[in-house]
Design a protein. Structure first.
Lengths: 306, 290
């Protein structure tokens, strides 16, 4: 059962259309919500929490419609916002316990789980410090602990590595991965840093101009815009001509040819054998999420090599 | 050999009860009350709330003590204040609390962005505001209800109060009604002004300004322009106290002798509706930074 279902979701703010028919399914595990700044990621998170209603379309979170069951959805969801949004003069443990209580836990359980959550995010020794005396990295961890303390079924994290140095960023990413695996809590990680999504996510939803441009497991996303790289020792022109004759798309890439539209790799093998060419390299093109992102049309049509 | 052992601090799921929106409101109310009273905060944050409590309670404790130590009926009837007159002693505590302490309930949440985190919980904008306004009202009631109730209990125990149970019940009802009247109007004004800014200092200044201007404008209108006396009922300083005295069936001040009780009730309703209306409108349109 998917954790989140969105069908044709539209959200407008005055004349601005933040989401223009977003459609996707988010499954179990850690999912990256990827898009440029202003793509509609935070708007989508707000709709998932039931903080505003979509102008059109259908949303389902953990089997509930957040438009009609907002408080019930939010009781089951943990949320860590992008901005620094914690009172500086309150101790971390007190705030996390209070927010767990606000999410429905009885007082005693909230206090116990606040300590546990702060310990899990690496602030066990620091939990009685005032938040205002903490570093940005520690504050991000407090926000994460606050999102976890009530044992949610789903955690929404909005740019959780914002403002962190490389070491803190690595630690935070590993922590988020643990939440999605060891803790068994599904995670939606909103980020514009593709590298971090690629490192820890099982799947991604690519958002651009208010639409979902691509969604699915990372491996599947990479393969949908994949292709094969072929390099031969001489005769690449003949090879290109032969491949085009078989209705394949061929793009020169330095000394290699990028061949797309290959349903069966045996076709490549047969063409190479027929032409008697010496094969230097024949491999599936390995795409990064950045390639997928760029080819999804987020920034308009991608120009191919001349 | 040591007795060292590995402590498993792995993640533990929670399968206990969940208290829903009602639990969220209770938690927010308790947290707000602690914050407003300066509990779990630096010593400086405790000064004004406890000062206002002291101003409200110390006279009542002194009067009760005098009545106990000097059992002369003439003293209690001629020199000690009546229940209605006691609200004059509470007035300064109410102003301090309404203007300088109560804005702590609303302003910091918007300033720090914590309001956004609350809205990501089972709370809604409405339940959030209900919890906040309810807490401010409850704390004000500690000042408006507590001292007269203390006097009532002490006087009954010392045989100085009403004799019959019916009279005690009537006085108790008047104490509760007068306390609610004062608490509700000042809570509404404080919440209304505090909802307009996320800076506590501005909210305090704004509340003081509303309290002072309501008196200055109504006095100028009556004395300089010749407006009818009922305009004095808009004065947020003495008018609610005057109404509290009339609830106790006492004559009140000479200045308000020509102001009808209906005018006092009407302006009380007006200020309350205005304060709560402004807060409700403001929190409906407030954008949340996430």
């Amino acid at each position: 059962m998917p954790v989140v279902v969105a069908e044709g979701v539209v959200k407008r703010f005055g004349a601005t259309t933040a989401l223009a028919g977003a459609t996707c399914e988010i499954g179990r595990g850690v999912t990256g919500l990827v898009g440029a700044n202003g793509a509609g990621k935070t708007t989508l998170l707000g709709l998932l929490l039931g903080l505003s209603a979509p102008d059109a379309g259908r949303l389902e979170v953990l089997g509930l419609d957040p438009r009609h069951a907002g408080p019930q959805v939010r009781a089951l969801v943990g949320y860590s916002p992008e901005h620094r949004s914690l009172p500086p003069d309150v101790r971390a443990n007190d705030l996390v316990a209070h927010l767990a209580e606000v999410h429905g836990l009885p007082r005693r359980a909230a206090v116990a789980r606040a300590s546990d959550a702060l310990y899990q995010v690496g602030l066990g020794e620091e939990r009685f410090r005032a938040i205002g005396t903490m570093s940005t990295g520690q504050t991000q961890r407090v926000k994460l602990a606050a999102a976890l303390a009530h044992d949610p079924r789903l955690v929404l994290l909005d740019e959780p590595t914002d403002g962190l140095d490389p070491v803190q960023r690595d630690e935070m990413l590993m922590l988020i991965r643990r939440i999605g695996t060891e803790f068994g809590i599904d995670v939606v990680l909103s980020s514009h840093v593709l590298d971090e999504v690629e490192r820890i996510c099982d799947a991604a939803v690519i958002v651009g101009e208010g639409r979902v441009l691509a969604a699915g497991p990372l491996d599947a996303l990479r393969s949908t815009v994949g292709g094969w790289l072929v390099e031969v020792a001489g005769g690449s022109d003949r090879l290109a001509t032969a491949l085009v004759a078989r209705d394949l798309t061929v793009t020169p890439d330095g000394r290699r040819l990028l061949v797309e539209g290959v349903d069966d790799p045996a076709v490549l093998r047969d063409v190479l054998a027929d032409l008697g060419l010496e094969v230097v390299r024949l491999q599936r093109r390995r795409l990064s999420l950045e390639d997928v992102f760029l080819e999804s049309g987020v920034y308009g049509p991608v120009e191919g090599p001349a | 050999m040591t007795d060292a052992r590995i402590l498993d601090r792995g993640y533990r799921p929670y399968d206990g009860p969940r208290l829903g929106p009602a639990g969220a409101v209770r938690s927010l109310a308790r947290h707000t009350a602690q914050r407003v009273m300066g509990l779990k905060r630096p010593a400086a944050a405790k000064i004004l709330p406890f000062l206002s409590a002291a101003i409200a309670y110390v006279p009542a404790i002194v009067f009760v003590g005098i009545a106990a130590l000097v059992p002369d009926e003439r003293l209690t009837t001629e020199f000690l204040p009546t229940y209605g007159e006691y609200y004059a002693f509470v007035a300064s505590a109410l102003v301090i609390f309404t203007a300088l302490v109560a804005p702590e309930a609303l302003c910091p949440d918007r300033r720090t962005g914590l309001f956004g985190l609350y809205l990501a919980s089972p709370l809604t904008r409405t339940t959030y505001l209900v919890a906040k306004a309810g807490t401010v009202l409850a704390l004000l009631l500690v000042a408006t209800l507590g001292p007269p109730l203390l006097m009532l209990v002490a006087n009954v125990l010392q045989g100085l109060g009403p004799d019959s149970p019916a009279d005690v019940a009537l006085l108790f009802g008047r104490v509760v009604l007068a306390g609610l009247e004062l608490g509700v109007v000042y809570a509404a004004v404080s919440i209304g002004v505090s909802s307009l800014t996320d800076r506590k200092a501005l909210a305090s200044a704004g509340t003081l300004l509303v309290l002072v201007l309501s008196g200055v404008v109504s006095s100028v209108l009556v004395e300089a322009i010749g407006a009818p006396d009922w305009v004095l009922a808009f004065n947020l300083g003495p008018a609610p106290t005057e109404l509290a005295q009339r609830i106790h069936g006492e004559p009140g001040s000479v200045e308000y002798a020509d102001v009808a009780t209906a005018a006092l009730v009407g302006t009380w309703l007006g200020w309350t509706a205005l304060g709560l209306g402004v807060a409700g409108w403001r929190y409906r349109i407030t954008k949340v930074v996430r």
